[in-house]
Structures are given as structure tokens and as C-alpha cells.
Write a protein that binds this ligand. Structure first.
Ligand SMILES: [Zn+2]
Length: 389
């Protein structure tokens, strides 16, 4: 028997209200029903009904209020941190990690596992499945979904990673589809810089911002742009590949096959490569960071060189997208305050003055691990109901 149209409408309306409350709880933290009523603009009975439904579905949980300064405050409602769980999987060029979190998104080292990225794809999926099952045995909550953060180019229409210049075993693969078959829960594939962007908005300094961008200058060079509250995707989801803009016509060979890409000059990986060349021995990121902390005077030329190109990358993002805030993710230049200050000095020389005046540039605090968690939470919230704003 067909469902009457008004029934469909009321179900949709109920879900839209529930989504609204999920968003309020995600942005302002544990809230009483009275606080939710004020913040959502919904009526008290509607809020109450929606909270009951979310409780029943295990998306939120109630806890006793800590302070009781004025009269008797109601119980607080928060994202389910005990009864519900999501997993974040980060596939990266050197190390992969799997982390479990409650629906509040809190990630801990105790619930994180790491392994060195293997050479073949099937071993990779086996190891991720093993770690997903392992972190879930320590978690008490029901598993709602898994976010899988990957480097490389994801074509949303084809539903696969079409090209991953720095981790070729991912080419033409969809690890989230393969994991979904094994784990039996929704798994979401997301580009790693998009994950960082969602994480800054959900858990970081970009809460409440609709127009900002994240530049990842760690191994690859990627850009994610939140424009008008939506992630800029392009026709097939492949927008933001700032790293493969040619800046030196006959420069170094890039992982993408072209020469002189910005990615080969402006990243942590570029600085590590230059330090290793100077020393005549291989170097990993941690060793490079220690070296720069201890003997930065010996590597002024290399630091200045990569600083210059990172400034060009930042200026490009600001000139083209006019973000209110640009978050820069990286270890060697972005996460160290003196070196980052020198990058920002150079940005002034490269950016249109009016665009720069409109933008704050800060070091990103989010991790790709938190990004994978933010990605699946964003997906689950979107899957619940459309937004009406
Ligand atoms: Zn390239």
C-alpha cells in the first residue's frame, strides 16, 4: 500500500528538525532541551520529540548537568560518545592509521592503530580491516560508519580514485567500497584535504565559518575550499589540485608525470628532499624536523627556497578563492611559529593587498585522522535529512 503524501512529508519534516538539532549539538556541545529550543528556533514540544527520536536511534545520549547554579536545569543532550561509534581510516604514503571515536568525534591515542603502508593493495585492505576490528573490540558503542581519507584524485561520478600520484597502488581503486563489503557498515571515501576542511569546521577554529580554505602542504599539496557552506567539488569532485600547477616550466619530475609542479617545491616533502640531498643521506620527516630545530642556521638556503614557494601557494589560494580564513597544514614550516612567520612575511609580497586584508592565515590544528572522522560524521548527518538553510 502506498504511503499517503502527508505521511511522507511529516517524516521528512521530522528528520529535518532532527538534523537541525544534531547540527546545534555538534556546534555548541552538550545542551539542555531548553538550550536546544533557543538555538534551533524550533518549539519546545518539537525539540522534545526530536530529542527522544535521536536518543532512541542512538545518535545522542543524555547526561546529568554538572552545575546547578540556577534552579534545576534539565539533563544535557550530547552526541553519543559511549553508545555510538565511528571509525576514521587514513591511508597515506608512508603510514596508515585507524582510529575509533564516539559520535562526538573525540579521538584518543589509545583507540588508534598504525602500520607502515604496504606495497600492494590487497594487503593494505587486509591490514585496515584487521585494525578496524581491533579498535572496535575496545569500543563500547554501535558502529555507525567509517570515513576513509586518501591522497589523490577521487572521481565522484566514477566512484573511485582515478589517480594517486604519490601512492599509485590506489589508482582505479575504491578502498571504502571494499571495506564496506567486509565490515557491513557505511564507508565513505574522502580526499584527505577535504577531510581536513570538514574537521576544521566541525571540531576546529572554523566552527560557524562558511567561506574558508585549507591548504595541505605536507606530502602532497592540496587545497579544499568551503564556499558558501559547501565544499567546492567541481564537475566530478576533483577540484582543488593546486599542487599540480606548473611553476617551473622545466623543473623536477612530479609524481603526476609533469615537470615543475608547485607540489615539488612548496611542501614538507620538498624540504625533506632538499635536506637529504645536502646531507647526502636519506631522511624522514621526524629526522628533518629535529635537524631544523637543532641546526636551522645550516639550512637557511633550503628553508628560504621552500618558504618562497609555500608563500606562492598560499597567495594563489587567497587570490583565487577570497577565503575569510586560510588554514595551512604542514609540519616543518606551518607548525613552527618562527618559520611560519617568515612564510607569512613572504605571502605579503605575493598576494593582492585587498584579498590579503580580507583573510586571516593560521596554522591548521586538525589531523588527517580527525579529518576522516569528520568526513563520516558529515556524511551521516547529511544522510539523515537534507538541510533547509
Ligand atoms: Zn604534478
Amino acid at each position: 500500500m502506498a504511503v499517503p503524501p502527508n505521511r511522507v512529508e511529516s517524516t521528512l519534516l521530522r528528520r529535518i528538525n532532527e538534523r537541525r538539532l544534531l547540527e546545534v549539538i555538534q556546534s555548541q556541545g552538550p545542551s539542555s532541551r531548553a538550550m536546544l529550543t533557543r538555538a534551533s528556533g524550533l518549539t519546545a514540544p518539537t525539540v522534545s520529540k526530536a530529542v527522544d527520536s535521536l536518543l532512541q536511534r542512538g545518535l545522542v545520549e543524555e547526561l546529568e548537568p554538572v552545575e546547578q547554579a540556577f534552579g534545576r536545569p534539565g539533563k544535557l543532550v550530547r552526541m553519543a560518545s559511549q553508545s555510538g561509534a565511528v571509525l576514521g581510516v587514513v591511508i597515506d604514503t608512508q603510514t596508515c592509521c585507524t582510529a575509533a571515536a564516539g559520535l562526538d568525534g573525540t579521538v584518543t591515542e589509545e583507540q588508534t592503530r598504525r602500520f607502515t603502508t604496504p606495497d600492494d593493495y590487497l594487503t593494505l585492505i587486509d591490514m585496515i580491516e584487521r585494525d578496524c576490528r581491533a579498535v572496535m573490540t575496545d569500543s563500547t558503542g554501535k558502529l555507525h560508519g567509517v570515513g576513509v581519507s586518501v591522497p589523490g584524485l577521487i572521481n565522484d561520478r566514477l566512484g573511485e580514485i582515478v589517480f594517486s600520484p604519490n601512492l599509485r597502488l590506489l589508482d582505479k581503486r575504491n578502498p571504502s567500497r571494499d571495506l564496506q563489503q567486509r565490515l557491513g557498515v557505511p564507508c565513505l571515501l574522502l580526499q584527505e584535504t577535504d577531510g581536513l576542511c570538514l574537521s576544521e569546521r566541525m571540531y576546529g577554529e572554523a566552527r560557524g565559518l562558511d567561506d574558508f580554505a585549507v591548504l595541505d602542504a605536507s606530502f602532497g599539496l592540496g587545497l579544499a575550499v568551503m564556499s558558501g557552506g559547501h565544499l567546492l567539488a567541481g564537475h566530478s569532485g576533483m577540484a582543488g589540485e593546486i599542487g599540480h600547477i606548473t611553476v617551473v616550466a622545466d623543473g623536477l619530475r612530479c609524481g603526476c608525470g609533469n615537470r615543475g609542479c608547485l607540489e615539488t617545491l612548496a611542501t614538507d616533502a620538498a624540504l625533506v628532499r632538499m635536506l637529504a640531498e645536502k646531507l647526502g643521506r636519506p631522511l624522514d620527516l621526524k629526522a628533518a624536523a629535529d635537524l631544523l630545530d637543532e641546526r636551522s642556521a645550516d639550512f637557511q638556503h633550503e628553508i628560504r627556497f621552500v618558504t618562497e614557494y609555500l608563500a606562492i601557494a598560499i597567495a594563489t589560494a587567497i587570490n583565487i578563492f577570497n577565503p575569510t580564513t586560510l588554514f595551512v597544514h604542514g609540519t616543518l614550516l606551518a607548525a613552527e611559529s618562527d618559520r611560519f612567520a617568515r612564510v607569512l612575511e613572504r605571502v605579503k609580497q605575493r598576494t593582492l593587498t585587498a584579498s590579503l586584508a580580507d583573510c586571516t592565515i593560521v596554522a591548521a590544528r586538525s589531523s588527517k585522522r580527525q579529518g576522516a572522522i569528520a568526513g563520516i560524521m558529515h556524511h551521516l548527518t547529511n544522510a539523515w535529512a537534507p538541510t533547509v538553510r
